[in-house]
Design a protein around this ligand. Structure first.
Ligand SMILES: Nc1nc2c(ncn2[C@@H]2O[C@H](COP(=O)(O)OP(=O)(O)OP(=O)(O)O)[C@@H](O)[C@H]2O)c(=O)[nH]1
Ligand SMILES: [Mg+2]
Length: 408
């Protein structure tokens, strides 16, 4: 895969007075010595650019700038260069020096605000001094997000990452394709849709409908069958489909009835890719091996459907996990927008495909799990893993498969 071109990266500009720690923050975020750091005010003169993959946001470009409280002739030139950076900034980070706040800081916020650029305030050197409470009240009233950091020690960086995720403009978080990239125009996908007790009367559920729509948008064909009819339906095709997508509850039967050379995945895996990122979810699936009887597991479901019968989140996944672990587990289920702020007690989180969440919210949950050091898996991936068909379920996604091979 080619690295993302610069133009597609979220440009994050670092602004603030000289010596506030802008370059130190950049180096801490990238874990590299990208910019020169020194106690001499005015160390950075020209803007320094650094592309990186900032999880969970994706490809970004940091732009470190010269402090713009500069005086003198050389200062004017630096200020001019820094001003140009505003023109290409998608999100601005105002780096504040040990709580020091006057018209410079206010001016930067106004500059960003006037251009409609979202801002995050990083109160750096918070080991020396924090922000005054009156200022925090003002920021709160203006709905300006802020975090406290100690760049030199890497403190506050996960919080800064999450604040950047929330501040990023919506179109940067535009979702990757659901399925159309996996099925070329003129090729066929077979969708396996069990009609069980939980299937709503007279209609299909959101992931199924969205998959059909995406295939049509991509000029592909699609054939929709129940799991019982799959083998017969495949037998009637005069060439194999490009992809079989199943409800993950029918994974085992569908894997048995689909020829091994045909790519196979589940609706919840397709959704998980579109709404989030499959790579951390691979780690989550592997973490099942580390579960022990008595461990706490959080099952998170984005929709608020009324569970009946053998509900996947409440009955089936808990049952499969307990069988796999060989003992009881303490399972908590949350639905809708509920997601605990404190994840520290959980050994594992298992999430649905998140068709009812937007990408920002799902990426935020991935970030929160990462920050808490708690692995997060996905319904379909968990089921595929426990059934021993993980390779097959990931075959359509080279990135995720690569992560799996590396971690295994
Ligand atoms: N105590 C403390 N010192 C810090 C922190 N972050 C940076 N510093 C120190 O502050 C000084 C300035 O850091 P830089 O990263 O060069 O600051 P800058 O904002 O890039 O400065 P210019 O490029 O001159 O505008 C250096 O001596 C850093 O080691 C922090 O969180 N706490
Ligand atoms: Mg600098």
């Amino acid at each position: 895969m080619l690295p993302a071109p610069k133009s597609l990266r979220l440009h994050i500009g670092l602004f603030g007075r000289r010596n506030a720690g802008k370059s130190s923050l950049l180096n801490a975020m990238t874990r590299q010595e990208v910019s020169i750091v020194s106690e001499v005010a005015g160390t950075t003169t020209d803007p320094v650019e650094k592309p990186m993959e900032l999880l969970p946001l994706g490809p970004v470009l940091f732009v470190d700038t010269a402090g713009i409280d500069d005086a003198g002739l050389l200062g004017e030139k630096r200020v001019e260069k820094t001003r140009q950076v505003f023109d290409r900034t998608d999100v601005g980070v105002l780096v504040v020096d040990a709580g020091r706040w006057d018209e410079f800081e206010l001016g930067i916020l106004q500059e960003l605000g006037g251009r409609g650029i979202p801002a995050v305030v990083a109160f750096n050197k918070s080991d020396l001094a924090g922000p005054p409470t009156a200022l925090l009240d003002q920021l709160r009233a203006a709905q300006t997000p802020w975090v406290e950091t100690v760049a030199a020690e890497g403190r506050g960086l996960p919080q800064l990452r999450e604040a950047l995720l929330h501040a990023a403009p919506a179109d940067f978080l535009r979702s990757p394709p659901l399925v159309a990239d996996l099925v070329p125009p003129g090729e066929m996908a077979v969708l396996v849709v069990p009609i069980d007790l939980e299937a709503p009367k007279g209609r299909l559920i959101v992931p199924q409908v969205q998959t059909i729509r995406d295939l049509l948008d991509g000029d592909a064909f699609c054939l929709v069958v129940k799991e019982r009819e799959l083998r017969e339906a495949l037998g009637r095709l005069n060439r194999p489909p490009a992809l079989v997508v199943t409800d993950s509850q029918a994974f085992l039967k569908v894997a048995a009835d689909t020829p091994p050379e045909v790519k196979l995945t589940s609706f919840s895996i397709l959704l998980a890719r579109q709404k989030g990122d499959l790579r951390p979810l691979v780690e989550g699936a592997l973490a099942i091996d580390g579960l022990r009887p008595g461990d706490r597991v959080l099952v998170a479901e984005a929709c608020s459907h009324h569970p009946i019968g053998d509900d996947i989140g409440r009955v089936k996944i808990p049952r499969w996990l307990k069988q796999y672990v060989g003992g009881d587990l303490q399972i908590t289920t949350v639905q809708g927008h509920d997601f605990p702020a404190d994840l520290a007690d959980y050994r594992l989180v298992i999430h649905c495909g998140a068709c009812m969440l937007n990408r920002r919210e799902m990426l935020g949950r991935l970030a929160r799990c990462r920050q808490a050091g708690v692995p997060i898996g996905n319904y379909g991936m968990t089921i595929a893993y426990t059934l021993g068909i993980f390779d097959r379920a990931l075959a359509a996604f080279p990135d995720a498969l690569e992560t799996y091979r590396r971690l295994r």
